[in-house]
Design a protein around this ligand. Sequence first.
Ligand code: GDP
Ligand code: ZN
Length: 470
Amino acid sequence: CSTGAESLVPGSTIFALSSGQGRCAIAVIRTSGPASGLALRSLTALREPPPARSACLRLLRHPCSGEPLDRSLVLWFPGPQSFTGEDCMELHVHGGPAVVSGVLQALGSVPGLRPAKAGEFTRRAFAHGKLSLTEVEGLADLIHAETEAQRRQALRQLDGELSQLCQGWAKTLTKALAHVEAYIDFGEDDNLEEGVLEQVDRDVRALEVALSSHLRDARRGQRLRSGANVVVAGPPNAGKSSLVNLLSQKPVSIVSPEPGTTRDILETPVDLAGFPVLLSDTAGLREGAGAVEQEGVRRARQRLEQADIILGMLDASDLASSSSCSFLDTVVAPLVAQSHDSGRQRLLLLLNKSDLLSANAPASSTALPPHLLLSCHTGAGMDALLQALKTELAAVCGDPSTGPPLLTRARHQYHLQGCLDALGRFQLTTDLALAAEALRQARRQLSHLTGGGGTEEILDLIFQDFCVGK
Ligand code: GDP
Ligand code: ZN
């Protein structure tokens, strides 16, 4: 690849601590660039680099003073078969801060070496064609993954599933373009196969269908990356804050027998069944309260509009009260109607405080929509609630274990939409030159997605997500 690291940062070899900061048993320090071999020889007194990609134990010394620094594992990765594609060296040293700073200082004294900037190792890997841009994003996501589902998704993207998908689509477009261009040049020539253009048209239309279906799923991948919005709503005193505290396993919200305690929206990130969730506790929805509380109610309603999943909560022992009835009429009923129209259930209706019901007087009247009975005090019904939530979250975020690769960033969605728009301009019935241009534009969008011809600003933005040493 001609856009090598040399053109990125002239003649320089970088080094950094690649493992986490702070006291630990072992720290990994690495270098990348042409002077890696020199660095290795300077610190280990080895005349030749050790065998490639195998660990050997060496005493490290400061190249100037000869001062012993540590006994450490040394690994040599000659380019291009390395993470960055350049000569790389790894030192697995003891994790004490004095060892780490001593070795970093020693490396800094080797001619041609300088400290790496954030994300610079990965950027060099990208520049040498070792990773596509979507794979780089997968790597960034993997480093930041906090839940199981996020980890699975990131690993799949790092493995190149999304870029392979795009490359397959780009190949279809290249083939189509070749046929159309051949037709423009030799259209009258009867050597050309019959029906070629018809086949091109079928291929392009099939691609449109595939792109549309991935775009429909785009929201899910982004939810999986940034967290699904789950909102708890209900009349005052239903137990909303108790549920939020239970689900987040920490006291986020104030629980109080006094109605109207939660007046603003409280948000907390939680891991629910392996999915990342932004859980919001809202002010109790009731009319005729004071000004501050009314503002809380207004914000709660707004939050409901944006919610991926709504946990509607009622006090099972208080279903006949005016606040329960009003919540059922103004919030639950419209959501149920909506789900009939869209085919997707956004509401889970919960009847809390089941512990207050006497065994022979069940709360569930037949007039209520499907619901779950639970008690935040005894924990009854919580397993069923978590199971239901897991199903809903898999629908909202997509299941990262199965199914096609997800689009995890707005950037992916933007380029796929651009590709689809270009294909919409592909018409064989009009000017063939225009049709060919539409195919070229469509292909360019796919290439932007995987990092071909990407502008510097986009690259800067993506590599910002990395820390030094990555
Ligand atoms: P919110 O106003 O909807 O947020 O409700 P809170 O979580 O503040 O709870 C209101 C009151 O109901 C508090 O006194 C809680 O202790 C009580 N409460 C919450 N959940 C239960 C439950 O499952 N059973 C019983 N008996 N009381 C509950
Ligand atoms: Zn509350």
